[in-house]
Design a protein around this ligand. Structure first.
Ligand SMILES: NC(=O)c1ccc[n+]([C@@H]2O[C@H](COP(=O)([O-])OP(=O)(O)OC[C@H]3O[C@@H](n4cnc5c(N)ncnc54)[C@H](OP(=O)(O)O)[C@@H]3O)[C@@H](O)[C@H]2O)c1
Length: 215
């Protein structure tokens, strides 16, 4: 796959570092020198937000959550994302209250989906800290880490299943993006523990559910 990141910070570098052996990857940021250094550190290409959106079949939104819609505009707005799989990794969480910042009961993911009507959107990678995504093993308590995701379409679900597997985790789909607010609320709990001084590897590692036919 060709994967463009809007953002070149901790999460972009952690995921890019895992994906670069199987995929072509470009990071982007507002400062060209800083972005070039970040991309060089993990051995991938650097560009502007518009270049990263044009480059990727898959575009990962990896700015701070407050900057997501500005970054989308700077990448070229909705037309720049036409036909793309867009992955939202962002946590709209207040670090004062440790509650999600969206008040309408809908998720940031759904707001992104509304803003990008000609893209296909999913959410993943939001429920663990950078140190977890950098971990080459992702084995916790003797089990491969499970990563929940949501997806608007089967194409997004297939893409996320592959990309989650490629970081070394076990993909499990929670549902479509109407469930994304649950991932955001779960991340708020993890973030609260991190800010309370817990180990950065604090995470939910769900057991891969056995699928049984419903009677
Ligand atoms: N940190 C974690 O452990 C973690 C875990 C799971 C999910 N998340 C979520 O992942 C997202 C990214 O977190 P992070 O820790 O990677 O943040 P970060 O280190 O602060 O990186 C944010 C990046 O976004 C770039 N950026 C900001 N505005 C931009 C724009 N308009 N166009 C292009 N790039 C832009 C910044 O680049 P410049 O400032 O240099 O331009 C920077 O490279 C957040 O929404 C967070 O909620 C974080």
């Amino acid at each position: 796959m060709k994967i463009g990141f809007i953002g070149a910070g901790g999460m972009a570098q952690a995921l890019a570092g895992k994906w670069r052996s199987k995929h072509a990857v470009m990071l982007s940021g507002r400062d060209a020198d800083k972005t070039a250094k970040a991309a060089a550190a993990v051995g991938v290409q650097a560009g502007t937000a518009a270049q990263a959106a044009a480059f990727g079949d898959v575009v990962v939104l990896a700015t701070r959550w407050q900057d997501v819609f500005t970054a989308i505009d700077q990448a070229g707005g909705a037309p720049a994302f036409t036909g793309k799989v867009v992955i939202d990794i962002n946590n709209p969480v207040s670090i004062e209250t440790f509650l999600t910042t969206r008040e309408d009961g809908r998720s940031l993911t759904q707001a992104i989906q509304d803003a990008l009507p000609d893209a296909e959107v999913g959410k993943a990678f939001n429920m663990a800290q950078v140190a977890v995504w950098e971990d080459p093993n992702m084995i916790y308590d003797g089990r491969q880490m499970v990563t929940l995701f949501t997806a608007e379409t089967d194409r997004v679900a297939g893409t996320l299943a592959t990309l989650i597997g490629d970081v070394g985790a076990e993909p499990v789909q929670l549902g479509d993006n109407t469930h994304a607010y649950q991932l955001e609320a779960a991340a708020a709990m993890v973030i609260k523990f991190l800010f309370a001084g817990r180990d950065p590897h604090t995470l939910f590692n769900l057991i891969q559910p056995e699928v049984k036919p419903v009677r």
